[in-house]
Write a protein that binds this ligand. Structure first.
Ligand code: HEM
Ligand SMILES: *[C@@H]1O[C@H](CO)[C@@H](O)[C@H](O)[C@H]1NC(C)=O
Ligand SMILES: *[C@@H]1O[C@H](CO)[C@@H](O)[C@H](O)[C@H]1NC(C)=O
Length: 554
């Protein structure tokens, strides 16, 4: 029998090419081959990391790989993770590596990108310049609108609700309460108090919204991490195999809600002729107006003012809404996760001393709504910072793309001449658990942030002021709750402000203890999800239930 020569040779050739392309090159020749592989299959296939990503277990999985293999690991053929300042976050994030398409795959509201999703540096930094000042610490601390908003929300919405809980003698769920409060504060600052959400007083409406919001997040994996498969199934009319129909419906209704708030804000701004009305500062849509006016100004220079203001506003409507939706969701979700873990830590029996000491510190305030005074309370600062360290709300991967000839890896582990287009990430979860910087990293210890001379309920770990200064500097370099570089969180000051305002309001007037804290893994208590955001896992819609007592009642 004659062997058909041509097909056989072709087949052998193709086979060897495939062998080279998919096995020999990635495992032995690529510069990435020098990086320790987190799993034996990582040099050949993404399946290993995709499996954990799809289950929202990526963060602890990559953390374990760093603990085993050091500060740079390969998690897929073209995908690495770094865990260091030098050769790590300093190079990637302060070095301006681009974002790639991972963000725009899902954060493209109304089909328009907000700055968070923009892949390129130019358009992103232009947008960020329009928005930075409205969220600057000095702007927030001197905003009488914001302090009025806070006072109204705390005294008229939160206090009555908590007094009722205390009177009932029954425990109450706090995760949803924090989500309501942070949504109300952030939306009031963005759209004006009268145009913002009113979730704290409408627990049924808010519970529905949050359940939708969270359940929908479970499905982001498909469009985000396997976009071509998702698109392809979408074209074949089979997307429902991956993402149930109600997810799109929930998404659409959330987009509709934000658009309604934007339109209400627009009426306030256009009635005032674009300028702030001195009469009602708390109802002024600060962030909305800032972006709307900046975009109008930019557009007017481009189009030599051909359209009327109404036409220009209409043209920008979805671009503004997309940005607003992103800030509102980024703002309430992260702050409420952080507050839930903070409340849990403060309410544990072993941390009673911290709750008492914090209460004493709060009682020294002349005015609970004086943002500067609240911001300079040392215990409060230490408690918030330690919570953001141990329980970072975005503890997971923040992927970027390497430029040509990148060098990455901590000193002693560095790999040079990496090709362009490699996905590289760092994660706060691991940076915040570096034992040489944060001794006893798994323990919640606010005292690590306190000077040896400041009053503290537990002994200072620092022998001298110099030792304290040195530790602060080092911890500051590794602290990454808000990211770093040009893409760092634009809302970090608002987050610190709203979290502190809520802590002062609650623990200045109430005492709390843990009634139940959701799913337990071993004796860990509340457990984080291991995806991009890290909310508590919860059980049947219950996350953290606290017993609440009015101070002075016992
Ligand atoms: C405790 C609360 C918060 C945490 C832990 C947090 C964390 C972060 C992190 C880690 C990033 C970078 C993400 C990445 O590159 O993948 C980020 C970006 C961002 N955050 Fe926050 N955030 C918080 C609160 C807020 C608030 C209150 C707002 C809005 C008012 C906000 C708006 C944004 C926006 C718009 C970006 C994108 C910035 C850009 O593209 O330049 N965040 N945040
Ligand atoms: C919501 O749906 C729109 C339209 O299908 C899509 O462009 C967007 O990415 C979705 N947004 C989120 C946050 O899932
Ligand atoms: C918020 O909701 C409550 C309960 O429905 C209502 O009494 C209150 O007037 C609302 N406040 C605002 C500002 O919409």
């Amino acid at each position: 029998m004659a062997i058909p020569i041509v097909p056989t040779v072709t087949a052998l050739l193709l086979l060897s090419l495939a062998l080279y392309r998919f096995i020999i090159f990635p495992a032995f020749i690529s510069p990435l081959a020098k990086i320790p592989a987190a799993h034996w299959s990582a040099p050949f296939s993404r399946l290993w990391i995709l499996y954990y990503r799809s289950r929202e277990e990526e963060t602890p999985t990559i953390h374990a790989a760093h603990q085993r293999l050091g500060p740079i690991v390969r998690v897929a053929p073209n995908d690495i993770s770094v865990n260091s300042v030098e050769g790590g976050i300093r190079n990637v994030y302060a070095g301006g590596y681009e974002k790639g398409d991972w963000y725009q795959n899902v954060f493209k509201n109304y089909d328009v990108m907000p700055m968070f999703a923009m892949p390129d540096h130019g358009p992103h930094s232009k947008r960020k310049r329009m928005l930075s000042n409205i969220y600057a610490k000095t702007t927030l601390q001197s905003s009488s609108a914001l302090s009025t908003i806070t006072k109204v929300l705390m005294e008229e919405r939160l206090m009555p609700r908590l007094r009722q809980v205390a009177q009932s003698g029954k425990p109450s769920e706090f995760y949803w309460l924090f989500a309501s409060l942070t949504s109300d504060i952030v939306s009031a600052y963005m759209f004006g108090l009268a145009q913002g959400t009113n979730y704290t007083q409408q627990s049924d409406v808010s519970a529905r919204f949050f359940a939708h919001y969270k359940a929908r997040q479970r499905y982001q994996f498909w469009p985000q991490d396997v976009p071509s498969l998702t698109r392809w199934l979408g074209k074949a009319g089979l997307k429902w195999l991956l993402v149930p129909k109600w997810v799109d419906e929930a998404n659409a209704s959330m987009q509709e809600n934000v658009l309604t708030m934007c339109d209400a804000a627009e009426r306030v701004v256009s009635e005032a002729g674009g300028e702030k009305d001195a009469g009602f500062p708390e109802d002024w849509p600060n962030v909305y107006a800032q972006l709307r006016n900046a975009l109008l100004k930019e557009q007017a220079t481009k189009t030599d003012m051909s359209g009327s203001v109404e036409e220009l506003v209409q043209e920008q409507r979805l671009a503004v809404a997309s940005e607003m939706l992103d800030h509102l969701f980024a703002g309430f979700d992260t702050s409420s996760i952080s507050l839930t873990f903070l409340a849990w830590e403060l309410s544990k029996p072993e941390n009673t001393v911290w709750q008492e000491a914090l209460r004493n510190e709060i009682s020294t305030l002349q005015d609970k709504y004086d943002a500067k005074a609240v911001d300079s309370l040392p215990l409060l600062q230490a408690i918030v910072q330690e919570t953001l360290r141990l329980h970072a709300a975005i503890p997971g991967n923040q992927p970027r793309i390497t430029p040509a000839a990148a060098t990455l890896g901590a000193p002693g582990h560095s790999i040079s001449d990496l090709p362009p287009g490699v996905r590289v990430q760092a994660q706060a979860w691991s940076l915040h658990r570096e034992p040489s910087v944060f001794p006893d990293p798994e323990s919640w210890k606010p005292e690590r942030w306190l000077s040896s001379s400041s009053p503290s309920p537990v002994p200072s770990p620092y022998a001298s002021e110099a030792a304290y200064e040195h530790a602060q500097k080092e911890m500051g370099r590794w602290f990454w709750a808000f990211g770093s570089g040009g893409r760092m969180c634009v809302g970090s000051n608002l987050a610190m402000y709203d979290m502190k305002a809520i802590v002062v309001a609650i623990w200045g007037s109430f005492r709390t203890t843990v009634a139940s804290d959701g799913v337990r893994r071993g004796d860990e208590g509340m457990v984080h999800r291991g995806g991009y955001v890290a909310e508590p896992v919860g059980k049947d819609g219950r996350f953290l239930e606290l017993n609440v007592e009015v101070l002075g009642d016992s």
